[in-house]
Design a protein around this ligand. Structure first.
Ligand SMILES: Cc1cc2ncn([C@H]3O[C@H](COP(=O)(O)O)[C@@H](O)[C@H]3O)c2cc1C
Ligand SMILES: O=C(O)c1cccnc1
Length: 351
């Protein structure tokens, strides 16, 4: 039933507005600069027009959605940090003290923190709760979650993006929090992205190479014990994914269905994007890449997604930090469209 609902919501994701993109391209080429000289800002401006249907959309209302969930696979020793950091960081987000809060303030973005499945009873007036279980099971031994749990998390993310879009938000950043989630993301890359476990597994929060090799073995075990079906993204998500990753995939789909820009953060968010485009290839057009994470699989994953990062600051944090920073560049692209003079208006000659 709910899977049917998800499929019908996904089917509502349309193509970009071709007429708006053509008008935006024509406008970009009329501005006082040599053609193409603003480089990728021009492409972003045209994509933003295609997404929103407007030449220079008002994207001043923007949100970073930070989704948190715990991972049973932590018991295999895959992270440099203990699992209790997940709920502790959620409280830090809500208090405004995490990196993403600081960078969001700088980019004029509202932070929405969502408990998608943290292994603790969290209460806070501003915490959004969309929880079916307290963390996933250990995917190295059994399915991380049920198909119903994965579907519910996808729908929860979709619904949140839709509600925020109805509230006027036109631009979203995806953010994650969940100790152990680079392991789940790597497993998703292996199945849905066709990467080897060794290509997909990185150092996460800062394990050493010896522990990375152990993490590769854990991912291989998760794949051989669960046998996820690469042709079935929900099966894959349920078996080797995570609750916050599922929620973020839903956010991406919900943003696309509501003609909103979705700026994708680092490795974990990109794994969520991989799930989203595996379910709905047409959602890819609504996504903008933000930064290149230091997590080793990210470059390959971005290539598979067809996303090019705008910035490379050697960050490897998640939380939506890279995506929120990239808001500044989307702002720049839209401002160019809105404010630059044309050859005609400024009386500047061209051939
Ligand atoms: C204090 C702290 C804050 C974070 N904020 C994001 N992450 C990031 O690190 C985790 C993924 O790495 P791994 O798979 O190695 O556990 C995720 O929670 C991710 O959001 C953090 C990690 C820590 C320790
Ligand atoms: O790129 C990311 O999102 C990332 C990398 C390492 C640890 N946490 C997040």
């Amino acid at each position: 039933m709910s899977e049917q609902k998800l499929m019908s919501l996904i089917a509502s994701i349309g193509e970009l507005d071709a007429a708006a993109m053509a008008a935006a391209e024509q406008h970009v080429n009329s501005l006082t600069k040599p053609p193409g000289s603003l480089g990728r800002l021009e492409g972003i401006a045209i994509q933003a027009a295609g997404i929103t249907g407007e030449l220079a959309a008002d994207v001043s209302k923007r949100a970073v959605i930070v989704m948190a969930g715990d991972h049973g696979v932590c018991e295999e020793g895959v992270s440099a940090f203990p699992a209790e950091v997940t709920p502790q960081m959620v409280m830090n987000f809500l208090a405004g003290g995490a990196a993403v809060n600081v960078l969001a303030r700088g980019a004029g973005a509202d932070v929405f923190c969502v408990d998608m499945g943290v292994n603790a009873d969290l209460e806070h007036a501003e915490l959004i709760t969309c929880k079916t279980r307290k963390g996933t099971a250990n995917m190295a031994r059994e399915a991380a979650m049920s198909r119903d749990d994965a579907t519910a998390a996808l729908l929860g993310g979709f619904d949140l993006a839709a509600r925020l879009a109805a509230d006027g938000y036109r631009m979203f950043a995806t953010g994650d929090m969940g100790i152990g989630n680079t392991t789940a993301s790597a497993a998703l890359c292996a199945v849905l992205g066709g990467m080897t476990a060794d290509e997909a597994v990185g150092l996460g929060t800062g394990i050493n190479e010896e522990r990375r090799l152990h993490k590769v073995e854990v991912v291989k075990r998760a794949l051989s014990c669960n046998r996820p079906d690469a042709a079935d993204p929900i099966d894959t998500l349920a078996k080797v994914g995570g609750l916050e990753i599922a929620g973020l995939a839903g956010v991406i789909l919900g943003a696309a269905a509501n003609r909103s820009i979705v700026v994708v953060d680092g490795f974990i968010s990109s794994a969520a994007a991989l799930v989203a485009v595996s379910l709905a290839p047409q959602a890819a057009a609504y996504m903008i890449g933000s930064h290149l994470s230091q997590e080793q699989g990210h470059a390959m994953l971005l290539r598979k997604l067809g996303l090019s990062p705008m910035i490379q600051l050697d960050m490897r944090l998640g939380e939506g930090t890279g995506a929120v920073l990239a808001f500044h560049f989307v702002d720049a692209a839209v401002a160019v469209m809105r404010e630059m003079a044309t050859f005609e208006s400024a009386g500047v000659s061209r051939e």
